[in-house]
Design a protein around this ligand. Structure first.
Ligand code: 8ID
Ligand code: ZN
Ligand code: ZN
Length: 350
């Protein structure tokens, strides 16, 4: 049965660290479900949240995490479309107002009064987590909860971003930050969508990892003498540059650089959220080369279902490493040092 206490990782002050301790199990309201989280992915956003990197305050104390996969153990009296025992996912958008201009047209991530898991409400770095029933991800029973966890933010976000990029099958897309959590999935979703993926990241290990996942080329930003021409050379016979660029890096420089190698009429999709960063591109080139620069932010419920379906069909493999929830702080340390290839998943039972 549902215990009254549970293990959680709690951020008690800006900058961290997280502390592993017992806290009460929350109870769900009428439109909510309680999910027994088995596994949670660790997204770079969780580190930004703990460090207070963004111009949006978090709740405090805070239980982070928004790639939580588990089992529904309780539901409020208004909840009809998900059963006790079903697999469910806690994603970044925990809930939205459902009534505003954006929510009315299924653009819920743009809602002005959202509940954000692991940011404005407690997230999945605990054994029992609340989700608004309308927004929890429905996970098919045949899927591994451990492997699917990273799909709930990283997979969803890159799948949506690839759609927003407008790139069509046979075209080239550069993925910047390709060896990280979002990037490892972007390579695979891109490939599954018929795109050629040019992976950009740093170091030989990440390079091998990107090529193993199906990237057509790897450009190492830490050693390349001329990154712009290397990316262009990798973009097919004409060498005009990739049709789209997904900028996933948690640093500012690649956001400034993408306009130098994107193909004319191409699209730069900004996804990474480095602290205090600004976009900069020459107006002259942006105009005369007709460059599109846009943002992409998670995805809606339909995008979630589609991203999960790609995984269920076996088109995407998870490249996660699993450690205990108790080891979360050491995962953050590796993340800060840029040493993570793929994604870490935490097991809430240890
Ligand atoms: O909805 C959204 N827009 C959304 C959703 C989820 C995550 C945005 N994000 C944001 C996160 O908050 C974070 O800022 O996307 C960013 C990437 O998240 P992640 O994939 O979880 O981070 P990671 O695993 O640390 O990977 C980042 C990679 O970027 C590389 C690093 O080497 C790492 O592999 N990188 C960096 I830092 N600078 C680079 C550069 N100049 C670079 N790669 C290429 N060139
Ligand atoms: Zn995330
Ligand atoms: Zn709304």
């Amino acid at each position: 049965q549902i215990p009254t206490e549970q293990w959680a990782q709690v951020v008690e002050k800006k900058g961290g660290p997280v502390s592993y301790k017992k806290i009460p199990v929350p109870t769900c309201g009428p439109d909510e479900v309680l999910v027994n989280i088995k596994y949670s992915g660790v997204c770079h956003t969780d580190l930004h949240a703990m460090m207070g990197d963004w111009p949006l305050p978090t709740k405090m104390p805070l239980v982070g995490g928004h790639e939580g996969a588990g089992i529904v153990v309780a539901r409020g009296e208004l909840v009809k479309d998900i059963e006790i025992g079903d697999y469910a996912g806690i994603k970044w958008l925990n809930g939205s107002c459902a009534a505003c201009y954006y929510c009315r047209q299924a653009d819920e991530p743009l809602c002005g009064e959202p509940q954000l898991s692991g940011y404005t409400v407690d997230g999945s770095f605990q054994q029992y987590c609340i989700g608004k029933a309308a927004q929890v991800a429905h996970i098919p029973k045949e899927c591994s909860l451990e492997a699917i966890a990273p799909i709930l933010c990283a997979g969803l976000t890159v799948y949506k971003a690839l759609k927003e990029s407008g790139a069509r099958p046979g075209q080239f897309v550069a993925v910047v930050g390709a060896g990280g959590g979002l990037g490892s999935l972007a390579i695979q979703y891109g490939k599954a969508m018929g795109l050629h993926v040019i992976a950009v990241d740093g170091g030989q290990d990440k390079g091998q990892h990107c090529l193993d996942l199906g990237a057509t080329a790897y450009v190492d930003f830490t050693t390349s003498k001329d990154l712009v021409s290397e990316v262009k050379q990798a973009s097919g016979e004409d060498g005009l540059g990739p049709h789209a660029v997904l900028v996933l890096a948690a640093s500012e420089k690649p956001f400034q650089q993408a306009s130098e190698y994107v193909r004319s009429r191409g699209t730069i999709v900004c996804i990474g959220l480095p602290a205090n960063a600004y976009l900069k591109a020459p107006v002259f080139d942006t105009v005369t080369r007709m460059i599109n620069i846009k943002g992409s932010y998670v995805g809606n419920r339909q995008d979630t279902a589609e991203a999960i379906e790609f995984y269920r069909r076996g088109l995407i493999k998870s490249t996660h490493k699993t450690v205990g929830l108790s080891e979360l702080q050491s995962v953050f340390k590796l993340m800060e040092e840029g040493k993570i290839t793929g994604r870490y998943v935490v097991d809430t039972s240890r």
